[in-house]
Design a binder for this molecule. Structure first.
Ligand SMILES: [Zn+2]
Length: 84
């Protein structure tokens, strides 16, 4: 927790994690689902149809959960405004 403290030194900046050289310098794109080499098929987002389906499912679930959180926050703010 980094609250308003008189000493700025008490709140050190978190060390920035170095970007993984394995990710940047990888000659072969890895499948984001199963982490196997995609074999240079850059036009594909995943190594196989199965992984691609899993990836899109995951993305949809993430988008859905993000939207739910936003709606909940807005709802809470609205209820505060009405005085509940
Ligand atoms: Zn895969």
């Amino acid at each position: 927790m980094c609250g308003p403290v008189p000493m700025p030194a008490a709140c050190p900046k978190p060390a920035r994690a170095p970007l993984s050289a394995a990710v940047i310098g990888s000659p072969e794109p890895l499948c984001p689902v199963c982490s196997t080499a995609r074999g240079g098929r850059l036009w594909k987002s995943a190594c196989s149809a199965r992984c691609r389906a899993a990836l899109s499912r995951r993305r949809r679930a993430e988008a859905q959960s993000g939207r739910d959180r936003k709606v909940r926050e807005l709802l809470k703010a609205a209820l505060r405004m009405v005085g509940h």
